[in-house]
Design a binder for this molecule. Structure first.
Ligand code: NAD
Ligand code: ZN
Length: 247
């Protein structure tokens, strides 16, 4: 059975690394971008999530972000996040590299989380650099659209997430590649593996000799590089793996 094999691989891992995508948070009620019910079946990503469109029209950006933010801020970790935190605490994973911006890995108790696309929990003024908690800005959206910087009054307040057309956070990318190079087991969860450079992380791991496990609701382009592919929901599969490891 594939679940047993995945558990065996992680139980003996000395440097296990997880890479997670939007799928790991789907069971927390946060819609994915791609795949069934994905947000991009509703929105044009470049229109709503690029730095150019944000700069041209912050109000339109915040209209969409207001709706998504209220869902993300209310979301709680699901059994998939919790299983990853347990695996880290037990020494079977050294880190979680994530494409997600929702902060749910940290909420679930994961200690070393590398955020490749930034964090949606903070908002920054592009004019003066002031940072505020997203929850605080979210509360203002009812009366202020677009929200303004409390210090300089600028309308260019942007969540600290990486939008299309923005550079990736170099330190996080380098840390992810370094973890991948050292990995002996690479556990990929809930990612369509089509967004670069995040999709490159498991490839670097495999090229450096890691054995790969993929847990995803649908096949990914890199399944052929994996020793174990489990098609399923991460909130169900990961707790099964974690409990098999712990006997
Ligand atoms: P994606 O949306 O491209 O792909 C998600 C994948 O997860 C799909 O292949 C889908 O089949 C699978 N999936 C859906 N539900 C699942 C479940 N319950 N269990 C296991 N797999 C499931 O996500 P991505 O590859 O992470 O890339 C999209 C980008 O969108 C990321 O860069 C990320 O920054 C951003 N994003 C983040 C969030 C979040 O923070 N929660 C949500 C949406 C998008
Ligand atoms: Zn400001």
């Amino acid at each position: 059975m594939t679940v047993e094999r995945a558990a065996e691989m992680l139980a003996t891992a000395r440097h296990g690394v997880a890479l997670t995508g939007a799928g790991v948070s789907a069971e927390s009620g946060i819609p994915t971008f791609r795949g069934e019910g994905g947000l991009w079946t509703k929105y044009d990503p470049v229109k709503v999530s690029s730095i150019d469109s944000f700069m041209a029209d912050p109000t339109s950006y915040w209209r969409v972000s207001k709706e998504r933010g209220s869902v993300a801020l209310a979301a709680r970790p699901n059994p998939g996040h919790l299983a990853l935190a347990r695996m880290e605490a037990a020494g079977h994973l050294v880190a979680v590299v994530t494409q997600n911006t929702d902060g749910l890995h940290q909420d679930s108790g994961s200690r070393r989380v590398i955020e490749l696309h930034g964090s949606g929990r903070t908002v920054q003024c592009l004019e003066c650099g002031t940072r505020e908690a997203r929850a605080k800005v979210q509360a203002r959206l009812e009366v202020e659209m677009p929200p303004r910087c409390p210090i300089c009054g600028s309308i260019f307040l942007k969540p600290t997430v990486v939008l299309f057309g923005e550079p990736m956070p170099v330190a996080a990318i380098n840390e992810a590649y370094e973890l991948a190079r050292q990995a002996d087991v690479m556990l990929v969860v809930g990612s369509s593996l089509v967004v670069y450079p995040a999709a490159e992380v498991p490839l670097v791991a495999v090229r450096s000799g890691a054995r790969m496990i993929v847990v995803n609701a649908e096949p990914t382009p890199f399944d052929s590089f994996a020793e174990v592919v489990i098609l399923g929901r991460s909130g169900e599969v990961l707790p099964e793996i974690a409990s098999l490891i712990n006997g």
